[in-house]
Design a protein around this ligand. Structure first.
Ligand code: TA6
Length: 252
């Protein structure tokens, strides 16, 4: 979490896994970048809350966002978005469901804008994207293809990788840690972002040097919208796991 994260609910937290819904970035009709879900108040749907409001179930919590007057003004569709976080020994599993509660088909894009802590971005390699097509958001989303076996960060990187493999590994080489990002087949894409120094300095809720200590790998559906018929439900899931031993990266 950024040391300058804003907790007043008016701005998405600069850390964790902000929910981009009903759109990723500007890939949809909602005026606000990444949609409204990441700035909305969810309700706890499962597990009991103790008097202090803490969820008493030991390793799982389900949160729900339903359409309301505010969301309907921004996006005129009735929906229920639910997200379930299940803590595992070596990581976390996240299950998402989007229910179209309206009477007509609806389109949306979505992603989990997840921030992964690293020791030094200049010693990070992202594996599993070799030869994958991507949209380069630093060059007007021109279409390119990942040339290098390992994606590294010599500067700002802001790419929407399309139809990626379902396993991506973040190698935090300065610590020897490896994080496995695995996603269900309904999550076609993965966005990789690091703002680097200039954009970090221009971002009020991010410390000037904090770009060095995170990489965003954001699983989602960005390149092509989900088309959800009336009364239907779209499901997706992903897992983030700290790997015990260095993986055989070459086979990715
Ligand atoms: O994840 C990539 C991205 O779309 C970047 O273009 C950058 O804008 C980032 O999201 C952060 O967006 P935010 O609205 O949270 O500052």
């Amino acid at each position: 979490m950024s040391s300058k994260a804003v907790f007043d609910g008016k701005k998405a937290l600069r850390g964790g896994a902000p929910i981009c819904f009903p759109q990723f970035s500007d890939l949809g009709p909602v005026a606000s970048q990444h949609g409204f879900a990441r700035n909305s108040k969810f309700e706890v749907a499962e597990g009991e809350l103790d008097p202090s409001g803490v969820n008493k179930s030991h390793n799982i919590v389900k949160l729900v966002l339903r359409h309301n007057d505010e969301t309907l003004k921004m996006w005129p569709h009735e929906f229920m978005y639910s997200i379930t976080f299940t803590l595992k020994d070596q990581g976390i599993e996240i299950d998402v469901e989007v229910m179209n509660q309206g009477q007509c088909e609806v389109e949306f894009t979505t992603a989990l804008h997840t921030y992964f802590a690293v020791k030094d971005i200049t010693q990070v390699g992202v594996h599993g994207l070799h030869a994958v097509q991507y949209l380069d958001s630093l060059q007007g989303r021109v279409t390119k293809r990942q040339q290098d076996e390992v994606l590294r960060f010599p500067g700002e990187v802001d790419r929407i990788y399309l139809n990626t493999p379902n396993e991506i590994i973040i190698a935090d080489e300065a610590t020897g840690r490896h994080i496995l990002v695995s996603k269900a087949a309904t999550l076609f894409d993965a966005v990789v972002w690091n703002p680097w120094v200039e954009k970090a300095r221009a971002t009020s809720d991010l410390g000037d040097e904090e770009y060095k200590n995170f990489v965003c790998v954001e699983v989602g559906r960005c390149g092509s919208p989900i088309v959800l018929p009336a009364q239907a439900t779209w499901k997706a899931s992903c897992k983030f796991e700290a790997l015990e031993a260095p993986p055989a990266l070459a086979c990715l």
